[in-house]
Design a protein around this ligand. Structure first.
Ligand SMILES: NC(=O)c1ccc[n+]([C@@H]2O[C@H](COP(=O)([O-])OP(=O)(O)OC[C@H]3O[C@@H](n4cnc5c(N)ncnc54)[C@H](O)[C@@H]3O)[C@@H](O)[C@H]2O)c1
Length: 253
C-alpha cells in the first residue's frame, strides 16, 4: 500500500484553492488524507486566504503552484510531490475556467484557453500519476465535469465540450485501469454558490434557482462529500461512473 511519509494517503487536488477545490481539500484532510492543493502561483491573495482557511488542519494541507495546462510542469510537480511527500494515490481534477460567449462570437483563443485548462489539464495530471497508481495497484481519480457538459448550455460550446470530454476521458481511462485497483469517475456539479456562479447576472441566477427542484444552489460541501465518497478505499467497485450533484436540476440514468 502506498502511503505518504506521515502514513496517510496523498491526495492531489487541482484548482485546490478555488471555491469547490478548497472544500474538497478540507474534507479530504478531515478523513485523514495528506492533501496537496495545486493552483496557479499568480493568485497570491487567494493563496494567502487559503492558507488561513486551512491553517487549523495541522499541516495536512499544503499548497503547490502549477499550471495544469502545462504538461511538463505537471510532470515536475508529481515528481516533486512523490520525492518529498509521498506517492499520489488520489487525484482530484477541479481546476477549471469559463470563457463564455455564443459560438458566433467565440474566437479561437477563447476556445483554446478553455480546452487547455479544462480538458488538457485532466490529461496532463492523469498521464503523470497513472503509471504509479497501476504499479502500486491502487488509485482513485475523480474529475470534475458539469451539468452543462450533460445538457449543453447557451454561450458554453467550449465549456460543454470540455466537460463532456472529461467524462468520455474518464470512462476510457476507467476501462484501462479497472483491473489494476485504479478507479476513475466524474462528479458533475450543478450550479453551486461559488465565485464562478456569482459572476452570472443576478436575474439569470434567480431563474436558475427556481429551476432547481431542491430549491437552492449547491454548496462546495455538497460536491466535496461526493468526492470523499468516491475516493474512499472501499469505493473500489465504482468506476467509469458519473455522479451528478445538482439538486435534481438534471435527472437522467
Ligand atoms: N461552481 C459551479 O457551480 C460549478 C458547476 C459545475 C462544475 N464546476 C466545476 O467545478 C470545478 C471547480 O469550480 P469552482 O466553482 O471551484 O471554480 P473556481 O473558479 O472557484 O476554482 C477553479 C480553480 O481553478 C484554478 N485554475 C484555473 N486555471 C488553472 C490552471 N491553469 N492551473 C491550475 N489551476 C487553475 C483557479 O485558480 C481556481 O482556483 C471546475 O472544474 C468547474 O468547471 C463548477
Amino acid at each position: 500500500m502506498a502511503l505518504s511519509k506521515s502514513g496517510s494517503r496523498v491526495a492531489l487536488v487541482t484548482g485546490g484553492i478555488g471555491g469547490i477545490g478548497t472544500e474538497i481539500c478540507l474534507q479530504l484532510a478531515q478523513v485523514g488524507r495528506t492533501v496537496i492543493a495545486v493552483d496557479l502561483a499568480t493568485r497570491s491573495d487567494r493563496i494567502e486566504a487559503f492558507r488561513e482557511r486551512t491553517a487549523a488542519c495541522n499541516g495536512a494541507i499544503r499548497f503547490e503552484p502549477c499550471d495544469v495546462g502545462d504538461f511538463k510542469a505537471c510532470g515536475d510537480l508529481i515528481t516533486h510531490v512523490e520525492r518529498n511527500i509521498g506517492q499520489v494515490d488520489i487525484l482530484v481534477n477541479a481546476a477549471g475556467i469559463t470563457r463564455d460567449t455564443s459560438l458566433r462570437k467565440m474566437d479561437p483563443q477563447q476556445w483554446h484557453e478553455l480546452i487547455r485548462v479544462n480538458l488538457d489539464g485532466v490529461f496532463n495530471t492523469c498521464r503523470h500519476v497513472v503509471d504509479g497508481m497501476v504499479t502500486r495497484q491502487f488509485g482513485r481519480i475523480v474529475n470534475l465535469s458539469s451539468v452543462n457538459g450533460q445538457t449543453g448550455q447557451f454561450g458554453q460550446t467550449n465549456y460543454s465540450a470540455a466537460k463532456a470530454g472529461v467524462h468520455g476521458f474518464s470512462m476510457a481511462l476507467a476501462r484501462e485501469t479497472a483491473r489494476k485497483g485504479v478507479t476513475v469517475n466524474t462528479v458533475s456539479p450543478g450550479y453551486c454558490d461559488t465565485p464562478m456562479v456569482a459572476a452570472v447576472p443576478q436575474e439569470i441566477r434567480e431563474q436558475i434557482i427556481s429551476d432547481i427542484p431542491v430549491g437552492r444552489l449547491g454548496t462546495p460541501g455538497d460536491i466535496a462529500r461526493a468526492v470523499v465518497f468516491l475516493t474512499a478505499d472501499e469505493a473500489d467497485y465504482i468506476t467509469g461512473a458519473n455522479l451528478p450533484v445538482n439538486g435534481g436540476y438534471f435527472m437522467s440514468f
